[in-house]
Design a protein around this ligand. Sequence first.
Ligand SMILES: *Cc1c(COP(=O)(O)O)cnc(C)c1O
Ligand SMILES: [Zn+2]
Length: 418
Amino acid sequence: MSYVKGLICRECGKEYPKAPIHVCEYCFGPLEVTYEYDEINKVISRDIIKSRPPNIWRYAELLPLDTPPTVGKHVGFTPLVRSDNLARVLGVREIYIKNDAVCFPTLSFKDRVVSVALSKTKEFGYKTVACASTGNLANAVASLSASGRLESYLFIPYDLEQSKIIGTTVYGANLIGINGSYDDVNRLCSEVAGRFGWAFVNINIRPYYAEGSKTFGFEIMEQLGWRVPKHIVVPMASGSLITKIWKAINEFDKLGLIDITETKIYGAQAAGCSPITTAVKNGWEIFKPVKPNTIAKSLAIGNPADGYYAMRVMIESGGFGEDVTDEEVVHGMKLLAETEGIFTETAGGVTMAVTTKLIKNGIIPRDESIVVSITGNGLKTQEPLIGKVSNPHIIGAKLEEFEELYNRINHRQKEGGK
Ligand SMILES: *Cc1c(COP(=O)(O)O)cnc(C)c1O
Ligand SMILES: [Zn+2]
């Protein structure tokens, strides 16, 4: 049973039937999935959702499948962690971490979008899937196409972190490193999609794929007790996740699943790749593409496909955009690890550091609820931390050596307070 009405052009509003298409043939605007909300209203409630298994499919009526999911049946419902240690350090009243660093199966929020995309791809009858990726997407497509019995071709900039590469090839996927930036990879993939007729999850299947991101927002609202926080901070690469969190809030509102809807959404980028936040901060109508140079490789998209719509979300919701240096990104990663025991990747460091900056600058008030979107796992991006975190103390297997070390550590702690 499906509640999908069809596809609609975000620019001119022309409607299309459900098909593996992604651009409007009249104005070249991007297409988006629309639903029969009146019908959904008759069959969904808080209690019905609560009675279902803890994964993304508990929101099935608001996802674009016609048949039950065949890929990623256990994905989603990651913890929303009330973070009082972090709150104390930041001097705020109420802050939560939505923790997709532990998303199943590949430790990033991309598992959500890919589960929806590959299930839809199978409905369409494709045998081969592909993607243009900054790393996490390749990991998710490789893993979920292995369990979903699909062949996969994954295109990345060649110089990604070691764990993102091994975390793709281990599944037996075909990984292609392109000598160029993500934007070069994406351009090539559009040509390959045309020539080979494969399902590129974030190109020709993009309208369906992107809907999976809504579940990140649905879960936040349900886990907060069917309410929205006053402020949500979201990392941006192509700018899709931020627009889908906004769509999720508007859908829950339309269906009467939440009471208050006032929430401000803030986009986070690295200073070395900040086309969207730069445009928002300067009040520009459109963003200017950039050439990325940052340790936050998973966010390094210089010409973001949904950048314009991401800007609109920040402006319409009354939020803002902010960016941080690579040094601040590392501080953000360490802050979250040391306060809440959560090891996030560079993208999470961006989000954490942007949150800190927005609070310090008085943009996010200290006495209102805040949710920080942590989208990936730190074990995948260890390189930038080498030399920035302490090394182990190496000693011989002798009690005296440990006693001597222990005294030295304690002495240092008393002296310097660290
Ligand atoms: C892809 C990605 C994002 C951003 O995704 P968009 O929807 O393209 O903006 C954020 N965080 C991580 C870790 C990612 O891999
Ligand atoms: Zn159009």
